[in-house]
Write a protein that binds this ligand. Structure first.
Ligand SMILES: [Zn+2]
Length: 477
């Protein structure tokens, strides 16, 4: 497998670009009190005390915490194809302000759905013009053969998305997503290429049945959304996907895991030695069925936010390592689309601007350590997509993607502070403690005190830049 070669550090070479002094720096080997030296977009070294070298720009961190930038591997930035909802300009600004420096964007771009190498290249061109953060792009899982999937990989696919809630449907004219019954050749082809299949684990037939019955019974309350998509919907889909992972050996990544029963299946799959990873998202960690009445369709997302027991189980999954990462499934819609009735409202909530603040609040409450938070939000997601060690960690040679946070600062999340066009967040009014103050992408400041800074300079992330390191493939650990 290809391994990234890191540039060696030449101590005597030059005046460096940036020195961030007087920081608590979270590195993979622990917290270091000292300075971080950056040159040419990369981390040169972490200095624990002693004299500091010269730099063109010196930032006094005033004892605050310096973390690797968040790697959010599940977002929907909508452009091209659905610019009326959001654009790379708006969403990448929100991400930068939230401490996010890398994203992976999903392929459901309406009429521009990413179902071919040409569509992928066109989307990459749009993002390269206006993204403030680095971006990886998913394609749909379309194609049965190694040749077809290799074309997508070579055009820049970071992974293949199999949305099981759309299995058997046309995602673009003449392009169908496979059902589980016919997906094995695609799984085998992805495995042969060393590529990840990312799944939305909800069973389409079960959803249709449940929704029809609820509509017939006259249900129109927001909680009917959960009733139409209970945990059984996730379990049915996960069973099918895990069976395909077993038969193919593919690396299966489960997006937005939402239920205790689903987590049990993932634990069992890992125990069996299958190559299965998962993410969960803040709505599943901070909301539950008790919030539907208050929030209505603002919290309508797919999968549905579930019960308090599911929420508790997901926290336990983060604690024991069964769930490797936190993403957001950031999915903006217009206010009009969100404010329809429960069956018609568009599913999805915004999240890139608030995920780090929400998690740092839990760090402050003692629910998880800062180091664990960094693993879940930066190191592990980077490893899952083969982006380590360039992304997700503060180590010599890595990209200087950094976020300086004030763990002692309190704030309140408010709709009006959101930078996405429709500012409805399910966390409006939530008190947080732990606020991102400055964000750097490859050594360039991209956000400061809640506002984006500088020019858009995001670059595409390519899967072939490194091997999957979280977790290592079975047999290599
Ligand atoms: Zn999504």
């Amino acid at each position: 497998m290809p391994v990234l070669t890191l540039r060696p550090y030449h101590a005597d070479a030059m005046i460096h670009d940036l020195l961030i002094d007087n920081a608590h720096i979270v590195t993979p080997t622990g917290m270091v009190r000292g300075a971080l030296l950056v040159h040419d977009g990369r981390v040169v070294s972490v200095l624990a005390g002693g004299p500091v070298p010269e730099a063109r720009e010196v930032v006094d961190a005033q004892g605050r915490h310096l973390l690797p930038g968040v790697v959010d591997i599940h977002v929907h930035f909508r452009e091209p194809g659905q610019e009326y909802k959001a654009t790379y300009t708006s969403e990448s600004a929100a991400a930068a302000v939230g401490g996010v420096t890398s994203i992976c964007d999903m392929p459901n771009n309406g009429a521009q759905a990413v179902v071919s190498a040409a569509r992928l290249v066109a989307k990459a061109a749009v993002a390269a013009r206006s993204s403030r953060v680095d971006f990886g792009l998913y394609t749909y899982l379309v194609g049965d053969t190694i040749e077809q999937l290799r074309d997508l990989r070579d055009a820049g696919a970071i992974g293949f998305k199999w949305d099981m809630s759309l299995a058997g449907t046309e995602v673009a004219p003449g392009v169908w997503l496979p059902t589980a019954a016919i997906a094995l050749p695609a799984f085998k082809a992805a495995a042969a290429l060393g590529m990840t299949i990312g799944i939305h684990a909800e069973d389409r037939p079960t959803i249709s049945r449940q929704a029809s019955a609820l509509k017939a019974a006259g249900r129109s309350d927001a909680a009917a959304h959960l009733a139409s998509r209970p945990a059984a919907v996730e379990v049915t889909a996960l069973r099918e996907a895990i069976a395909l992972a077993r038969a193919s050996g593919v690396h299966l990544h489960v997006h937005h895991l939402s239920s205790a029963a689903g987590l049990d299946l993932i634990r069992a799959a890992k125990h069996e030695g299958l190559w299965v990873t998962s993410e969960t998202i803040p709505p599943f960690l901070f909301l539950d069925s008790g919030d539907y009445e208050r929030l209505g369709t603002v919290m309508k997302i797919h999968p549905a936010v579930k019960e308090p027991e599911d929420r508790a189980a997901l926290w336990e999954g983060l604690r024991d390592g069964s769930i490797e990462c936190i993403a957001t499934d950031h999915a903006p819609h217009t206010a009009a689309e969100k404010r329809r009735g429960v069956w018609e409202a568009s599913p999805g909530a915004i999240g890139v601007q608030t995920s780090l603040m929400l998690m740092l609040t839990e760090v402050n409450r003692g629910r998880l350590s800062l180091e664990r938070c960094v693993a879940l939000m930066a190191a592990n997601p980077a490893g899952i997509h083969g982006l380590s060690p360039r992304k997700g960690a503060i180590v010599a040679g890595a990209d200087a993607d950094l976020v300086l946070v004030n763990l002692a600062e309190s704030a309140v999340i408010r709709n009006q502070d959101m930078l996405t066009p429709n500012q409805l967040t399910p966390f409006d009014g939530a008190p947080v403690r732990g606020v991102p103050k400055r964000t750097w992408l490859r050594g360039r400041l991209i956000a400061r005190d809640g506002l984006p800074v500088g020019e858009a300079a995001g670059r595409q992330l390519w899967r072939d830049s490194g091997a999957i390191t979280c977790p290592l493939p079975p047999g290599n650990g």
